[in-house]
Design a protein around this ligand. Structure first.
Ligand SMILES: [Zn+2]
Length: 71
C-alpha cells in the first residue's frame, strides 16, 4: 500500500498532492506527518507538565539519599 504524501507550497502555503503547486507552479515541499498539531492545547499542556530536566522536575523525583534505615 502506497501512502500519498501530503505536500505544501512554500509560497502560498496551499496543501496538495502534486509535485508542483496548482497556483504558483513551483515545487511543493513534502509535509512531515505531525503526531500532534502544534496548535493542540493538549500537546502544549503535555509538554509543560512533562518539563523533564528542569530543576522543578528533578525536585519532584523521589530521593533515596540518606534513607537506608531499613538495612
Ligand atoms: Zn503555491
Amino acid at each position: 500500500m502506497v501512502r500519498t504524501r501530503l505536500k505544501r507550497c512554500t509560497k502560498c502555503k496551499k496543501f496538495g498532492l502534486k509535485d508542483k503547486c496548482d497556483e504558483c507552479g513551483i515545487s511543493m515541499k513534502e509535509v512531515a506527518p505531525l503526531k500532534y498539531s502544534p496548535e493542540d492545547p493538549q500537546g502544549a499542556r503535555r509538554r509543560k507538565r512533562l518539563n523533564a530536566g528542569s530543576e522543578k522536575w528533578i525536585d519532584s523525583l523521589p530521593s533515596i539519599e540518606g534513607d537506608y534505615s531499613d538495612e
